[in-house]
Write a protein that binds this ligand. Sequence first.
Ligand SMILES: NC(=O)c1ccc[n+]([C@@H]2O[C@H](COP(=O)([O-])OP(=O)(O)OC[C@H]3O[C@@H](n4cnc5c(N)ncnc54)[C@H](OP(=O)(O)O)[C@@H]3O)[C@@H](O)[C@H]2O)c1
Length: 243
Amino acid sequence: MEPISLGASNPGTGKRVCVVGASGKLGRYMVQHALDRGYEVVGVCRQQSVHKLAGFEGRIMVIPGATDDRAVIARAVRGCDAVLTVLVPWGVNHYASGTAQAVLDHADPGARLVFSCGWHVARDEKDVYSWKFKVYAAVLGRLAKLARAVDVDDQVEACRRIFASDTSWTVVRGSDLEEGDSQGLPVWSRHVGDPVLASNLTRRVDFARFMVEAVENHALVQEAPAIVGRLTPSAIAHAGGPA
Ligand SMILES: NC(=O)c1ccc[n+]([C@@H]2O[C@H](COP(=O)([O-])OP(=O)(O)OC[C@H]3O[C@@H](n4cnc5c(N)ncnc54)[C@H](OP(=O)(O)O)[C@@H]3O)[C@@H](O)[C@H]2O)c1
C-alpha cells in the first residue's frame, strides 16, 4: 500500500505564518484558519490584548507589542513563510504605515505578505466610487482625524508603500463586514465599482479565509483584490468573474 502523506491536503504543513494584529476579530479568525491548514502560527498583539488569544493557548506563540514596533515585528516575522497583517488606522501616529513598513522591511526575502484594508483604498484610477461613498468617506475621515481617533489617510499611505514594494504582497480590500457562518471563499474583483461587488457585504470569517488562502495563491501576488461575500446577490448575479 502507498504511504499516505498527511501534509498533502494541508498546505501549511512545515510552514510558519505570522499574524500581525492577531487579537482582533479578523486576526483571531485568521489564526484559526491558519491552524486548520497546518501552519505553525506566531501572533503579534498589544500587551493588553494577549488575553483575547487565551483560546489558542499552547497552539500558537504570542509576541506582545505594538504592531508598529519595529523590534517586535523583526522578532515575530523572522523565519516566517508568510505574514498576514491587519492594517488599522488607529490614532494619529502613523500606526498603519509604521506597521506596514516594519513588515516590509523585516520579513524574510520571498515571504508572502498579505495585508487587510477596506475598499476605500484605491489601487489605481480604475477603482470607481459613487459620490455618496466619497462624501461619506471624506466627512467620516475628517471627523475621525479631528477626534484624533483614526487616520484613514495613513492607511492609504501604508498601502501606497506596499503597492510600491517589490515584495510578494497582496492587499485584500474588504467590503463592509458582518459576523455569521462561512459562505465560502469570497468573490473578488480588481476594481472597486465592479457590479460583482455591489452588495458590499462579507462575512468576517470569510475575509479571514481569503487572507489565509492568498498565501498559497500566487495569482494574487501584487494584486489588491476587492472582495464580497460569495452568496451575496451581486456575487450570484455576476458569477464567473476572476474568483
Ligand atoms: N470593520 C469593518 O466593517 C471593515 C470593513 C472593511 C475592511 N475592514 C478591515 O478589516 C480589518 C480589521 O477589521 P475588524 O473589524 O476585524 O477589526 P477588529 O477586530 O476591531 O481589529 C482591529 C485591530 O485593531 C487593533 N486596535 C484596536 N484599537 C487599537 C488602538 N487604539 N491602537 C492600536 N490597535 C488597536 C486591535 O487590536 P487589539 O485586539 O489589541 O484591540 C485589532 O488588532 C482592517 O484591516 C480593516 O481595515 C474592516
